[in-house]
Design a protein around this ligand. Structure first.
Ligand SMILES: [Fe+2]
Ligand SMILES: [Fe+2]
Length: 292
């Protein structure tokens, strides 16, 4: 990894910190026309059922789903902080990677606080992770080697980055959310640069088997992000008559939309180090509907 480049990233982080306290206009309340999640990212848009929703139901769907997205980010980032802290102990304090990870930890903790504040501001009630999510999240965090965890983290960052871009560019998005995603995007792009550089060396050394395993770790991380989001309970909250049916339809609908809208960067990244092969390509197509 290029030490000079990492030092440059550390310098920006130290000299230009973005503090959620003043960067985000917390005092602004949503205007009547403001939305919380662009329609194309909601799980029901594209289905016939969506056309039957009232404007209030559509707005509420976006609010609940956005809260779920932020809560999932916060949880995922918290897990990653646990890993980074453990990894930090293995590195000498004068090591540039050590210094960068400290900056990343500081920023990630600020993000978690910012996400929690946004949830409170939206009056959100995040739904807890399923037992399966919890188990895999905690298990992989504890037992997977560092390179696999960095692979997982960069994949989530690349997917959520696209996500943030949709929200930031939506014309009538609630300004608090726009600024929150702006801040996150700026700081996460530094994390992505660092992690990608770090992983270049791992991926360059990796043979067929390791590249296959990396590819699967990434695939499961993305599946994880996608499925933390579509929830039956949300359809109950917005008063749908048949939430079970809506859940079934939305799962299928969102799988396709997610594949069309959110996988571009991650596919490019995996392709860079030949992560698509005989053993992985079919799984990407099958599980994620990815065009690979
Ligand atoms: Fe973050
Ligand atoms: Fe990050």
């Amino acid at each position: 990894m290029d030490v000079k480049e990492v030092e440059r990233l550390i310098k920006i982080s130290r000299e230009h910190p973005l503090m959620p306290e003043n960067y985000i206009p917390w005092r602004l309340e949503p205007e009547p026309d403001d939305i919380f999640l662009p329609e194309t990212l909601t799980s029901l848009q594209g289905l016939d059922i969506y056309k039957t929703l009232s404007p209030t139901q559509k707005l509420e769907l976006g609010r609940h789903e956005l809260v779920q997205v932020i809560a999932s980010y916060a949880w995922g980032e918290c897990l990653f902080c646990v890993f980074m802290t453990r990894h930090l102990i293995t590195l000498p304090a004068d090591n540039v990677e050590h210094q960068f990870l400290i900056r990343e930890l500081i920023e990630e903790f600020r993000h978690q606080e910012m996400f929690a504040q946004a949830i409170a501001k939206l009056g959100g009630k995040p739904i807890k992770q399923s037992r399966l999510h919890k188990f895999f999240g905690e298990f992989s965090n504890k037992y997977l080697p560092a390179d696999y965890l960095f692979m997982g983290s960069v994949s989530v960052e690349l997917v959520t980055d696209i996500y943030g871009n949709y929200v930031r560019k939506a014309p009538n998005i609630y300004p608090v959310l726009k600024k929150m995603f702006d801040l996150h995007n700026i700081e996460e792009s530094r994390h992505i640069l660092f992690t990608k550089a770090l992983l270049k060396t791992y991926a360059a050394k990796a043979g067929f088997i390791k590249r296959t395993l990396y590819s699967y770790v990434i695939l499961f991380n993305i599946l994880f992000v996608r499925t933390m989001y579509v929830k039956k309970e949300i359809y109950e909250r917005i008063g749908l008559e048949n939430p079970d049916q809506a859940y079934k339809l939305a799962t299928k609908n969102f799988k396709q939309k997610f594949a069309n809208n959110c996988l571009k960067y991650i596919i490019e990244f995996v392709d860079e180090w030949k992560g698509f092969n005989l053993l992985t390509r079919f799984a990407w197509r099958w599980v994620l509907s990815a065009k690979v």
